[in-house]
Design a protein. Structure first.
Length: 156
């Protein structure tokens, strides 16, 4: 990692694909919203202490640690009351997955993604779909429309 990469920080969303009551019910998954400057190392570190498979779902790269910390803190505050489970873990509804599609009590997964993209000093955005990284290029409005289109397309 060179000096320029070390200055860049990520706000990430990792989902827990656990099995068993309380961890996964239809399309309801637990997501950790956190910040790091070493994304692969963070995932490995979290996986060691979790009995269920963790998958990187989404990340936004920021120019500096201050911007990343601010975006993470604001995301936690924004979704705390409606979706908070424990610590940095939140439960969101992903209607692109099968099952549980009629439960509208939980916030849709696209909302925290859009919220993070709209923050200041965003350098890059990437979404992981079926284990493949799909970088979003372009301005914020285009990226947000792209995220919305993906969810609308898969909602059918």
């Amino acid at each position: 990692m060179d000096a320029k990469e070390a200055e860049l920080h990520y706000v990430y969303m990792i989902n827990c694909n656990g099995i068993g009551k309380g961890w996964k019910s239809g399309a309801h998954y637990y997501y950790k919203i956190g910040v790091t400057n070493n994304l692969p190392g963070k995932i490995i570190g979290l996986q060691v202490s979790c009995p269920f498979e963790l998958k990187l779902s989404f990340w936004v790269r920021f120019k500096d640690r201050v911007s990343a910390n601010k975006a993470e803190r604001e995301a936690h505050l924004q979704f705390f009351e409606s979706s908070h489970v424990r610590g940095e873990w939140f439960q969101f509804f992903d209607h692109t997955l099968r099952g549980g599609s009629n439960d509208r009590k939980l916030i849709p997964l696209r909302r925290p993604k859009k919220f993070l993209v709209q923050q200041e000093n965003v350098v890059e955005v990437s979404e992981h779909i079926n284990g493949v990284s799909k970088p979003h290029q372009g301005n914020r409005h285009y990226i947000i429309k792209k995220i919305d289109r993906r969810y609308k397309k898969n909602k059918k």
